[in-house]
Write a protein that binds this ligand. Structure first.
Ligand code: ATP
Ligand code: MG
Length: 361
């Protein structure tokens, strides 16, 4: 178990800078998830922590020790990859014990640790099989088992579930969560699945193009995204973004009108002043529309498609200015049966962003 910190960590591949000075504190025992779109640098950052990539600038600290020049094997970390990377010719048991045997770990202790990992992951029945005789989920369990037997200070996971089908992903997600509770070890987990991030993390790190955009507890990011990028990344279905214009300003407030809907107006608090006439974006989560008449103003949209999932319905619709949006109506099996739908919008459940995506409130 250990805390970990990144101080102004930079990564360059040749002349190209990929990570632009990352700062992060990870507490002992914390479960931290890196999320972000493909190519934003999640794996690179994780591989630098693991010691599989050199650090071009800054400092990585594990357990109070700078590890920039420490060999991967001596960092007290264990990494689990998307591709299981098991030895095909070895049994599960041999795969689990291999690293310890190579390090000359005493036989009895190795057996004890392998047994312990097998118990935790419930793979006792599979110990004599070879990887090709296992399902994807079982293989990933063995890969995680190989990390457990090393008794690392920090576990690193790089999209460990992305090769599994949807149902198994959910199951393994719960198992990883349970594993974290049971072991209490610091874990850093990379994914681009925002549901995995929301459900697993104590703390989410949102990355974009090599920059950390925001760090926070899952619900903090949901309630208080720092910018439009984070707002669009956290929450599912994604937040709707509607074009709007500032039509009035007050002391610490701005009144906006939706594009193509001059009468659909909302007055929102703003932290930074914004000039009248400014183009802005209103963010509304699909689940934050209310019934007509229940919000601060009503919005009527054209219904394109309605999906009824039983517990909830998703209405895919279009605004007067032809902007697409998704509206969620819990418990409704009839919403969206007509050609138009009127819903309520409220300032309290809306977000305002300037033209650069910065949060105004
Ligand atoms: N060895 C390398 N040489 C040059 N560029 C690299 C190298 N490895 C990665 N990159 C670049 O660094 C950037 C970040 O890559 P990285 O693999 O960290 O992304 P990622 O966030 O893990 O993406 P994904 O979700 O697709 O796995 C990408 O633009 C990638 O092309
Ligand atoms: Mg990656």
């Amino acid at each position: 178990m250990s805390e970990l910190s990144l101080n102004n960590v930079v990564k360059r591949f040749g002349a190209l800078e990929i990570i632009h000075g990352a700062n992060l504190e990870v507490k002992d025992g914390e479960f931290v998830v890196f999320v972000g779109p493909s190519g934003c640098g999640k794996s690179t950052l994780l591989r630098m922590i693991a010691g599989l990539e050199d650090i071009s600038g800054g400092e990585i600290n594990i357990g109070g020790k700078v590890v920039n020049d420490v060999e991967p094997a001596d960092r007290g970390i264990a990494m689990v990859f998307q591709s299981y990377a098991l030895y095909p010719h070895m049994t599960v048991e041999q795969n689990l014990s291999f690293g310890l045997r190579m390090n000359g770990n005493p036989k009895e202790d190795t057996e004890k640790r392998v047994q312990h990992a097998a118990n935790i992951l419930q793979i006792n029945e599979l110990m004599q099989r070879r990887p090709k005789q296992l399902s994807g989920g079982q293989r990933q369990r063995v890969a995680i088992g190989r990390a457990i037997v090393r008794e690392p200070q920090v576990f690193l996971f790089d999209e460990p579930l992305s090769n599994l089908d949807a149902e198994l992903r959910v199951q393994m997600r719960v198992e990883i969560s349970r594993l974290h509770k049971q072991l209490g070890t610091t874990m850093i987990y990379v994914t681009h699945d925002q549901t995995e991030a929301m459900t697993l993390a104590d703390k989410i790190v949102v990355l974009r193009a090599g920059n950390i955009e925001q760090v926070g507890a899952p619900l903090d990011l949901y309630d208080n995204p720092a910018n439009q990028f984070v707002a669009g990344f956290v929450g599912s279905p994604k937040m709707n973004f509607l074009k709007a214009q500032v039509v009035e300003t007050g002391a610490g407030t701005a009144t906006i009108a939706l594009a193509g809907e001059p009468n659909v107006r909302l007055t929102l608090p703003v932290a930074t002043s914004v000039p009248k006439g400014a183009e802005v974006t209103l963010g509304v989560r699909p689940e934050h529309f209310s019934d007509a008449g229940q919000g601060d103003t009503d919005l009527t949209v054209t219904v394109d498609v309605a999906e009824h999932l039983g517990n909830t319905s998703y209405i895919y619709a279009t605004t007067a200015s032809a902007e697409p949006l998704i509206i969620e109506r819990p418990e409704s099996r009839t919403a969206g049966q007509r050609d138009t739908l009127t819903v309520g919008l409220s300032a309290k459940r809306s977000f305002l962003f300037d033209s650069t995506g910065k949060r105004l409130r």
